[in-house]
Every structure is written in structure tokens, then in C-alpha cells.
Design a protein around this ligand. Structure first.
Ligand SMILES: Cc1ncc(COP(=O)(O)O)c(C=O)c1O
Length: 345
């Protein structure tokens, strides 16, 4: 059978043989009753890695993000989000539907807020005003770019949050990619955050699951909110077991994904295709095919016909994501195929 190289996302990774074995052998119990030792082990492991008091296993990054907003807000409150964030764009309006809060989206190119705009976005007190309750960040930023943002670049945001006594939530779906790219630890990168979401099923290749980390009080309330939206789980050790391997075995191989992405970037540039540059990039390649006279959709169809799947982002841009199931030796095939596709026009 022809091997399909699926570069649409790192969510397409299949669990490793070791993960499947761990799922089979996991010691389990009823986690709603806190009887599942494997879930408890995973949650303690995650809390330790992130330098926070406690952690909670949820089904997905979306669930973790939404639970965090539910914990920090009441109906009618407001939260500040990036206009391009997953939280604002790709969670079926969950901020308003689940929390009853309203988002105040701010544009950003850099993955940080403009200091003046953020200052103005925090609602002053007043009988007609919503109350701002939370500032949300996303690192890597954003899902079509994969830009790793250094902690120092959040200094103004942290100062504004402290001044207004506002918590900071980080959607860190790919925070390990960010830490690897910036040569630091996740604990350091999120040390100023009150709560963080990290996904186990993207570059870390677990089949599903996400961790929320934060203070014990935050996680206790998050556990209640998870239950409210039907996310409490029984023998969840079968999910936690590959999650433990994701956190302990898969982080060290992320540089490989970043190297492969960089090879794709420079190969595309050599073919005359413009790629997103600037800052510390990770496993996501954002390319603009208009420079080669193409639109994104027919270009994606052409590659699809050659066994390479990519994601269309806009009329002229596409995304290619490297991950565990894309090998170093696949890169020359990918670039050759793209080169041929360009020539066969
Ligand atoms: C930045 C970001 N946050 C959150 C999520 C949501 O994760 P999930 O698909 O597990 O709900 C994604 C998924 O791609 C993401 O890219």
C-alpha cells in the first residue's frame, strides 16, 4: 500500500507500539472516585514537570481551554484573547456557550499583546461595563504558524495582569515545542501563568488527552467543571498510560520535527515558494504559493494526488506540520514531489 505522508497536523500521529502496550497493561480504577492509580501518576507527573501544584487529565485541548475559562469567569464577564487563537476561533463559541463570558479579541502578529491595546482592553469599573476576568495567551502561537514566544516578551502583559490582579491562562497545546525551540524548560516558560493547557496527542503522539495544570484550588474547581460538561472519566488509566509515555519519552525527539520543518522551509524557498520566517519556529511550516503562481486549494489537491496531505489555510497559504510519523528521509521525497508539481503546471 502506498504510504501517505500526512502533514495536515501533528494530531494525526498514531500511538507508538510502546503506548499501545502500556494501554493494554494499565492498572485502572474509577477516576471519578479517584481510584485510578495511572491517572493519578500522570497528573502528579505533569504537575511536577510544569512546576505547578496540581494537574487534571481531560479529553482534549478544547476541553481544557474551556474548563479554564469556566473556572475563571461568570456569565457576563469578559476575557482577553488573541484574535487568531484556537480558543476564540475553533471551539464552537464555547467561551460564550459554556461560560457565558464574552471574548475581547486582540490582533497580534508576534504572539504577544500590544501593551497599549491590552491596557485599553481591560474594562474600567462602571455600571455599564463587563468585568475583565482573564488574560489568555497561546504558545506556540498560532496553530498555522507555530511561533515559539520567549517568556521575556510577555513582560508587559504580566505587568498589566498584576496591576489589575488578573490571572493569566496559557493555551500551551504545543508548549513543549516552544520550550525545545527556545532551549528552556516548560516550567520556566510558564512560570508566570496561573494555569496552562498542554496537549498529549499532538507532537507527543498520545492517542488523546490534554493536561490542565495550575494551583490546587484551580484544579479542584477544574475537576468540578470537567464533571459538569460530562468529562469525568472512569477507567481512564488506559488514556493516562500513553500520556505518561508522551511526557517522559516523546519530548526529547521534538527537535527532529523542528529540523525536518526547517529542511522543508529552506527546500521550499529554493523552489521559489515564500515561507513564514521570523522568530523561533517549530514544527509548523506556513507557505504562500502565490509566489509560484498557485492558489492553495489546487496546489493541495495536486499534492494529495501524489500521496502528500497538507492543510489549506487561506486562498494562498497552506500549512505543513512535521511530527513523529514523518521521518527525516521523507523530506527529500516531499520536496521532490512539490518541485515536480510546480513544474507540471
Ligand atoms: C493551539 C491549540 N489549542 C488547542 C487545541 C485543541 O486541541 P484538541 O484538538 O485536542 O481539542 C489545538 C488543536 O489543534 C491547538 O492547535
Amino acid at each position: 500500500m502506498e504510504r501517505i505522508l500526512d502533514l495536515r497536523s501533528d494530531t494525526v500521529t498514531k500511538p507508538t507500539a510502546e503506548m499501545r502496550e502500556a494501554m493494554k497493561n494499565a492498572v485502572v480504577g474509577d477516576d471519578i472516585l479517584r481510584d485510578d492509580p495511572t491517572v493519578i501518576e500522570l497528573e502528579e507527573l505533569a504537575a511536577g514537570i510544569f512546576g505547578k501544584e496540581a494537574a487534571l487529565l481531560t479529553i482534549s485541548g478544547t476541553m481544557s481551554n474551556e474548563i479554564a475559562v469556566m473556572v475563571y469567569t461568570k456569565p457576563g464577564d469578559e476575557i482577553v484573547v488573541f484574535a487568531d487563537s484556537h480558543l476564540y476561533n475553533l471551539e464552537t463559541g464555547g467561551i460564550s456557550a459554556l461560560s457565558g463570558a464574552q471574548p475581547r479579541p486582540l490582533k497580534s502578529d508576534s504572539g504577544t499583546y500590544d501593551t497599549g491595546e491590552l491596557g485599553e482592553a481591560i474594562m474600567p469599573p462602571g455600571v455599564q461595563r463587563a468585568r475583565t476576568r482573564l488574560i489568555c495567551l497561546e504558545n506556540t502561537f498560532h496553530l498555522n504558524r507555530g511561533l515559539a514566544v520567549e517568556k521575556s516578551r510577555y513582560a508587559d502583559t504580566i505587568a498589566i495582569a498584576r496591576k489589575h490582579d488578573l490571572p493569566i491562562f496559557m493555551d500551551g497545546a504545543r508548549i513543549f515545542n516552544a520550550a525545545v525551540a527556545l532551549n528552556t524548560t516548560v516550567a520556566d516558560l510558564v512560570s508566570f501563568c496561573d494555569a496552562v493547557d498542554v496537549c498529549l496527542c499532538k507532537g507527543l503522539a498520545a492517542p488523546l488527552g490534554s493536561m490542565l495544570v495550575g494551583s490546587r484550588d484551580f484544579i479542584d474547581e477544574a475537576r468540578r467543571m470537567r464533571q459538569r460538561i460530562g468529562g469525568g472519566m472512569r477507567q481512564a488509566g488506559v488514556i493516562a498510560a500513553p500520556g505518561i509515555l508522551a511526557l517522559t519519552r516523546m519530548v526529547e525527539r521534538l527537535p527532529e520535527d523542528h529540523e525536518n520543518a526547517e529542511k522543508i522551509r529552506s527546500g521550499l524557498e529554493a523552489l521559489g515558494i515564500r515561507v513564514d520566517r521570523g522568530g523561533a519556529l517549530t514544527n509548523i511550516v506556513n507557505l504562500d504559493v502565490s509566489s509560484a503562481g498557485w492558489k492553495a486549494s489546487p496546489f493541495a489537491d495536486r499534492l494529495n494526488g501524489c500521496g502528500i496531505k497538507v492543510k489549506v489555510c487561506s486562498e494562498h497559504t497552506l500549512r505543513m506540520v512535521t511530527h513523529h510519523d514523518i521521518l527525516a528521509r521523507d523530506i527529500s521525497f516531499i520536496l521532490d514531489t512539490i518541485g515536480n508539481a510546480l513544474r507540471r503546471r
